[in-house]
Design a protein around this ligand. Sequence first.
Ligand code: ATP
Length: 238
Amino acid sequence: MNTILDIRDLHAGYNQAAVLEGISLSVSNGEIVSIVGANGAGKSTLLGAITRLVEVTRGSIHFDGVDITTIAPHRLPAMGLVMVPEGGRLFPFMTVQENLELGYFSRRSRQDAKDRLEEVISLFPVLAERREQLAGHLSGGERQMCAIARAVMSRPKLLMLDEPSVGLSPMMVGKVFELVEALARHEGLSIVLVEQNVEEALELSKRAYVVEHGRIVRSGSSDELRSDPALQAAYMGA
Ligand code: ATP
């Protein structure tokens, strides 16, 4: 399997405050990888560093074989790297369909844009029923689904989700994660899932990394990590 994301010895932070202190990780094509850890561990900072919104002070990030360590952030989506930020950040006064249309920025034909909209909506049945509704009127779970749908409109290669389970009921988390899994399978997408909801994340992913204080302290298969007593005690309320 080819590597889609390869991060080596990444150091990053805010002004003088170092947050990430030597993170190395990789994601293969078509793989779902979780990055889990407690509040403040540095997970969002890691996504910020990958998407070039947080300053990288050392190390390298390769995406799809290209060194993106110093690339301008606005170039990443067109290269196939897209992030759904925490909360989704939809445009609340636009309809679901209009939000989805904003996610399409390919230079293909108008017909392709229309076809893609229908294809994405068919993958998200909840949105099909609500396409004319204002995004601000969606429930938390529907909003998260709409944000994910918008992110895949331009057929990215790697989708990074920042805490998609935040604020959702356990049942809704299950639904959103099921949808993410189906989407990854249907589109051959690679996914980086950042979560505090460790148990659910490990069920969805094949492999995971545990971040504490800006470093990776554990990594391995999700099954192996899920049955680890130390992780259960620290993150899974065991
Ligand atoms: P959470 O789930 O709470 O978002 P996290 O693992 O994503 O946790 P980060 O948000 O990456 O953690 O935060 C890591 C550290 O970086 C924290 O100590 C936080 O206070 C600090 N931090 C985050 N954003 C900024 C910022 N804009 N300026 C300065 N420090 C920041």
